[in-house]
Design a protein around this ligand. Structure first.
Ligand SMILES: CC(=O)N[C@H]1[C@@H](OP(=O)(O)O)O[C@H](CO)[C@@H](O)[C@@H]1O
Ligand SMILES: [Mg+2]
Length: 584
């Protein structure tokens, strides 16, 4: 297939996209001169590249969360992702999303990830194309575009929409401009939603690709859908038993702080959310000593939130797709309620309500190897809900959760959601409508249907998850201590090891078994065997240039010691750099 025609479009759209900044007269003569200029398309194409030239020699890799780097190194990557998004959209004949964010990373960083038509992360087989697009020289870009068009036989005539969102980082607007230039260069139609949370962006993409069946593709549509469901489930009584409808909320000085204001307004008295860490009114920096990642990884109370003993608090991360709950007890003891806790609470509640519907729908929970062993044991043995373990990264969890009628998935770091199959939705709708069934069955089905509207099924969504957790605690009449009492976490420790090349570590069995370097797994097994309740695994990070070591054991000291010994083994056998690992 010849694709020699597309530079014509490039010429046209670039001229059009840049004419807005030209004086009217010049602009008109440029537009009318398009055809005669067709032969000089290469110059125009080069002009686009000159505006976004490749500035970094070193290769970067499309990882677990797309590309992440220092923001000032990302302009050309954005431009190229704009090109790729259009190609992907044409191939899928659907709207594709692009989110500009570096999530929980520091403010000077930024990043980009593509969102597939049904809200999934970019399909794995295209990750290598994303990596290739980002790394080829400017002069190979055109050839690379031709190559992908040929490989997938991409129809290049459709006018496709690319939905763009960004977080609050100061670098985001100019990066969005580079991205948009890429979209326009291939005659795509960029739809810029401005500053939104990552899960809002996923929601817009799905709304558009389902012809609005999933909801209205607007911010207002999103707020209305979630708050309406929340209020319906809460009913007229806002407190219940030990449950109080007051929550301290840490917005991480990011988009999560901006957007919670709409919820505060729409929820009225049904839920009192007291927001802290809003950079707009305070002076705090994005994710700095606050936010979900800080709280989870440091196991510390964030700055900027007042310490009130035994009061329920939560933190979201920089793009509001992760959520962590916690509280401080009266002895200043910090208690963390992470993704495993949320997953088990949600799965247990869904199981309860599902039983009342008497429907034959299968419910399952998906975790990664980082899930605390106590949570896995509790949910599989006590609650008898099947648990699957998959590789790190939301795409793996989401994919596995599709195997169930109701699939709950969470990473321990607080990223997760629930997805419902169309079979589940159909059966619930039938049951809710069937007047010959008992009131209890019908009510349970109706409650579950409302709950589906409260959940952002497209991706883990901190605010939607928070409303879901609040709904469940309200229904059970629980305070945060009652929620915590379900099980006791095994002490655990996460460590990082720096090595020359992290890819020398390869794994299998959902990353729980190390395949190379040869002999390392046997060493880990021997170390684990020395510890009571010991468990440990190692894997190369997908977002940082390090190897992660995880260890669990019966006591804190033992967990620390096991992690340290495994980390030292990794350092020794996998080309460690710098000093031998130490506990910090
Ligand atoms: C142990 C851990 O928390 N790993 C995180 C981290 O991935 P790594 O591949 O471990 O760097 O970032 C991912 C993207 O945010 C997230 O999905 C994952 O859970
Ligand atoms: Mg995030």
């Amino acid at each position: 297939m010849s694709s020699d025609w597309y530079p014509l479009l490039v010429t046209a759209s670039l001229l059009l996209s840049h004419t807005h900044s030209l004086p009217r007269k010049v602009s008109t003569s440029l537009s009318s001169g398009l055809i005669s200029m067709a032969n000089s398309y290469r110059t125009v194409y080069a002009f686009a590249r000159e505006m976004h030239p490749k500035t970094v020699k070193a290769d970067i890799q499309y990882g677990t969360a797309g590309f992440r780097a220092k923001a000032n190194n990302l302009g050309y990557v954005m431009y190229r992702m704009g090109l790729l998004a259009v190609l992907r959209a044409r191939y899928k004949r659907a709207t594709i999303g692009v989110m500009i964010t570096a999530s929980h990373n520091p403010e000077p960083d930024n990043g980009v990830k593509l969102v597939d038509p049904m809200g999934e992360m970019l399909e794995q087989s295209w990750e290598k194309w994303a990596t290739k697009f980002a790394n080829v020289g400017d002069d190979q870009l055109e050839e690379t575009i031709n190559e992908i068009i040929k490989e997938y036989d991409i129809p290049m005539t459709d006018r496709v929409e690319i939905v763009v969102g960004k977080d609050t980082r100061p670098s985001s607007p100019s990066l969005a401009k580079s991205l948009t230039d890429g979209v326009l260069a291939l005659s795509g139609k960029p739809v810029d939603y401005g500053i939104v949370t990552t899960p809002q962006l996923h929601y817009f993409v799905v709304c558009k690709n389902t012809n609005r069946k999933y909801g209205e593709p607007t911010e207002e549509g999103y707020y209305t859908k979630l708050t309406k469901a929340f209020k319906k489930l809460r009913g007229e009584t806002f407190t219940n038993g030990s449950y109080k409808n007051r929550l301290l909320y840490d917005g991480a000085n990011g988009v999560g702080a901006k957007k919670i204001k709409y919820f505060q307004e729409l929820l009225g008295n049904s839920m009192k959310i007291q927001m802290y860490n809003d950079a707009i009114i305070g002076s705090g920096k994005l994710n700095y000593m606050c936010g979900a990642d800080y709280v989870k990884s440091q196991q510390k109370f964030p700055t900027g939130v007042p310490v009130e003993p035994n009061t329920r608090c939560c933190s979201v991360d920089g793009d509001a797709d992760r959520l962590i709950y916690y509280y401080m007890d009266e002895n200043n003891g910090f208690h963390l309620m992470d993704g495993d806790r949320m997953a088990t609470l949600i799965a247990s509640y869904l199981k309860e309500i599902l039983e009342k519907t008497e429907l034959d729908l299968n419910l399952g929970l998906v975790q990664t190897a980082y899930a605390n062993g106590a949570s896995t044991e509790y949910i599989s043995k006590k609650l008898q809900v099947p648990v699957a373990c998959v590789s790190t990264g939301v795409k793996h969890l989401h994919h596995k959760a599709l195997d169930y009628d109701i699939g709950v998935y969470f990473e321990a770091n607080g990223h997760g959601t629930v997805i419902f199959s169309s079979n589940a939705k159909d059966k619930l709708t039938e049951t809710a409508k069937n007047s010959s069934l008992s009131e209890e069955r019908r009510h349970a089905a109706e409650a579950l249907l409302t709950l589906i509207d409260l959940v952002n099924e497209t991706v883990g969504d901190a605010i939607s998850d928070m409303l879901l957790i609040e709904t469940i605690l309200h229904a059970k009449g629980w305070d945060i201590q009652q929620w915590e009492s379900a099980y006791t976490d095994w002490p655990n420790r996460l460590m990082k090891v720096t090595v020359q090349d992290r890819n020398v570590i390869t794994t299998t069995d959902a990353e729980r078994v190390c395949v190379t370097p040869e002999g390392l797994q046997a060493e880990i097994d021997a170390l684990v065997a020395k510890f009571d309740k010991g468990r440990s695994f190692v894997r190369p990070s997908g977002t940082e240039d390090i190897v992660r070591v995880y260890a669990e054991a019966a006591t804190r000291e033992q967990a620390d010691e096991l992690a340290l010994q495994v980390a030292r083994k990794v350092h020794e056998m996998a080309g460690g750099t710098g000093d031998s690992p130490q506990l910090n």
